[in-house]
Design a protein around this ligand. Structure first.
Ligand code: LFR
Length: 458
């Protein structure tokens, strides 16, 4: 994506898009990291001369480098089964209270700490000199500089959210070498110009941004004031509020809310909801790509016929999603959907219900009042999901931009380049002036949603 940013200008042009396809080989689910690197380089060539480049990606996953800077193996996908059972064992040993007090992070089985525990004793990890999270790895390939951008570092469960530093004591007690982790860097800091050997037009500078995609997406939420919740809605739904300080209470830990670091020292207080992965993976099983048609038919299905808890860990790995959804319905005594449209309706009702629960809990646990829910990311295009989310939350939903992550990424770069000034509120004001959003008013009574919630027993 190429962004143009100035005091009254903000637009994005897509110059190159490539698939990110996992590869299961020799019993392990990998990322195809060289295909991704090629996609990045092709994209930068297609972009032509630009002032700077910022890299963001999903969180928690990493590549290991040896002392010469060579990549050791293919990064493993966080949905790989190597972490099965690891989180429970390690968290019990370290103490869930201590883990939360230090890192403020939600327990997800694939947090970097558990991936490293699963990889313990492997030759790759033993000889590794550096561990680089995915966007830091790409930035290293572009510049030759190692570093760890803080928003993504905060997702490892090895980062001290209050001290804003690596949690080295925790690393030692978890059997992880602290020397693996490079120095931290803040979003907005300059990394280095791209290496001349890459032959990229104009040799732009690489600038650290909110390298966790969700951190950039939250910058890209066109909210005014602070009384809003956001749902960064794509493969995952990341549902929460933006705070100045972490919430580290026992209630917050039990509700599995996370305190991830945001741009400008903010806290992204949120919960991971399984998201449109449920739909993407169902469509893969059905061999269909016609989402508009599926959504049209799902809209005609009866509401609340079957609801499931989308956060059921059974849905995490790749595989036959419609079968797992049917099984979850059967287990919960819900009618089993018999058609793709019925399954899609079950997914969307269930996601809207999970959005409702997370927005309400975020308010209760943080004390922040929410008046509007912003839906950004690919899910902002899904009118049925946006409407159901408004209905479920009993709040207006403002949907868009779809490319919030790219907007958040370029806005932080533009501020470093001096093309715009100000805090997150100023960056968001520019978004509001230049980008369209779609408003969904809540319809119907809350009682039906409450009843569905009770049926689910969550
Ligand atoms: C979204 C995201 C989430 C993170 C998940 C796994 O793309 O980055 O924030 O929990 O992917 O990395």
């Amino acid at each position: 994506m190429v962004g143009r940013v100035g005091p009254d200008v903000l637009d994005l042009t897509e110059v190159h898009r490539f698939a990110n396809e996992a590869v299961r080989l020799a019993g392990t689910l990998h990322w195809d990291i060289l295909a991704l690197a090629r996609g990045v380089l092709d994209g930068l060539r297609a972009a032509g001369p630009v002032t700077s480049v910022g890299v963001d990606s999903w969180a928690v996953d990493y590549g290991l480098l040896d002392a010469s800077g060579a990549l050791l193996g293919n990064p493993v996908h966080y949905r790989d089964s190597r972490t099965d059972g690891v989180a429970e064992r390690l968290a019990t040993r370290l103490g869930p209270e201590r883990l939360y007090a230090t890192t403020g992070l939600q327990q997800l089985p694939f947090n970097t700490i558990y991936q490293l525990a699963a990889a313990r004793g492997t030759p790759q990890l033993d000889v590794a000199r550096w561990l680089l999270l995915i966007p830091d790895l790409v930035a290293y390939w572009l510049t030759g500089e190692v570093g760890a951008e803080v928003t993504n570092a905060s997702t490892t469960q090895l980062y001290d959210v209050r001290r804003r530093a690596w949690a080295t004591d925790l690393m030692v007690d978890a059997g992880i070498r602290p020397e693996l982790f490079p120095p931290l860097r803040e979003p907005g800091s300059r990394i280095a110009p791209v290496l001349p050997a890459l032959g990229l037009p104009g040799e732009p500078e690489v600038v650290a941004v909110g390298s966790h995609d969700t951190a950039s997406a939250v910058v890209g939420v066109p909210a005014s004031g602070e009384n809003f919740a956001y749902i960064s809605c794509g493969t995952w739904s990341l549902v929460g509020v933006e705070l100045d300080a972490p919430v580290l209470t026992a209630a917050s830990r039990r509700a599995n809310f996370t305190n991830e670091s945001g741009v400008d020292g903010s806290i992204r207080y949120l919960r991971n909801v399984m998201g449109l992965w449920l739909l993407q993976e169902s469509m893969r099983a059905w061999g269909t790509a016609d989402l508009p048609e599926l959504l049209r038919r799902a809209a005609d299905e009866p509401a609340f016929r079957s609801v499931v808890d989308p956060d059921d860990p059974a849905f995490l790995p790749p595989g036959d999603m419609p079968a797992r959804l049917a099984q979850a319905c059967r287990r919960a005594g819900e009618p089993v959907p018999t058609t793709p449209a019925g399954t899609v309706r079950c997914i969307l009702d269930s996601l809207a219900l999970a959005h409702r629960r997370a927005v309400r809990q975020a308010q209760q646990l943080s004390g922040r009042q929410v008046e509007t829910v912003h839906v950004v990311g690919g899910g902002a295009r899904n009118a049925l999901l946006c409407q159901l989310t408004a209905d479920a939350c009993g709040l207006p939903v403002l949907a868009g931009p779809v490319e919030a992550t790219a907007f958040g990424n370029v806005l932080v770069q533009a501020r470093t380049a001096g093309a715009v000034e100000g805090d997150l509120a100023a960056l968001r004001a520019l978004l509001r002036e230049t980008q369209q959003v779609v408003r969904y008013e809540p319809r119907g009574a809350q009682a039906a949603w409450r009843a569905a919630e009770e049926r689910l027993g969550v």
